[in-house]
Every structure is written in structure tokens, then in C-alpha cells.
Design a protein around this ligand. Structure first.
Ligand SMILES: [Zn+2]
Length: 125
């Protein structure tokens, strides 16, 4: 990654995206623990465990119990939170251009700008 691009978003905006990402992440984790847990304790442990870790170090079992869409969203959210910490958030991972705010509002975890995403989709068979 050659880029040292700093995000052009204000701290307030970044905080808002972080909040959105965190809320969505909690939803996913919560939904999963509802689906699986037999006791309240398990749910709390999983949620706490995930909350404690900025790194995505989920157990295989945990990830396998999610649908593909949920799993990929959760991992995207984690990656986005990591980018927030490194102040790289809001820039396309491929072309380093700024991702539009409109897109980030709709998809706060989006790793790519719309052009690159379309390109990536056509590349995938
Ligand atoms: Zn791009």
C-alpha cells in the first residue's frame, strides 16, 4: 500500500461513522448470539470478547455460524474500524481516492469507491 493519504473527514464525521459501524457490529453479534446462545451469559461473553478486540480474531465456529453476507459484513466492519483507528478511513483501498460521503452514509464499511467496486464486480466471474 503506497498511500499515506489522510482522510478529509472531520473528527465529528469520523465519530459518526464509527458509531454507525459499532452499532451495526453489535447488531450482527447480538443476532448471532441470539441464534446460538442457550444462556444470557454466553451472549455477554461473546459480545464482550468481541468488543475487547480490535483485531478480528473470531473463532471459526463463530464465523461459520453466520451467513456469508453477515460474515463478510462483520469483517468489513472490523476492517473499517481499523482504518478509522489508522486514520485511513474514507479512502478507497484500491485507488486511494476519497469515497463519497453519500456512499459512506449508505455503506459505512465500504472499502472501495464506487468505481473500483464496479470494476471489482465485473472482474469477479
Ligand atoms: Zn477507488
Amino acid at each position: 500500500m503506497p498511500s499515506k493519504a489522510k482522510t478529509a473527514l472531520t473528527k465529528k464525521e469520523l465519530d459518526e461513522y464509527r458509531k454507525k459501524l459499532t452499532v451495526r457490529r453489535n447488531e450482527l453479534v447480538h443476532k448471532l448470539s441470539e441464534f446460538r446462545s442457550e444462556s444470557k451469559q454466553v451472549e455477554t461473553d461473546i459480545a464482550q470478547d468481541l468488543a475487547d478486540k480490535a483485531e478480528s480474531s473470531y473463532t471459526k465456529e463463530f464465523l461459520l455460524s453466520m451467513s456469508d453476507a453477515e460474515r463478510s459484513e462483520l469483517l468489513h466492519i472490523d476492517a473499517a474500524l481499523k482504518r478509522l483507528d489508522k486514520r485511513e478511513y474514507g479512502h478507497c483501498m484500491m485507488c486511494q481516492k476519497e469515497i463519497s460521503k453519500k456512499r459512506l452514509t449508505y455503506l459505512p464499511w465500504a472499502p472501495l469507491c464506487i468505481e473500483c467496486e464496479e470494476k471489482a464486480e465485473t472482474d469477479v466471474v
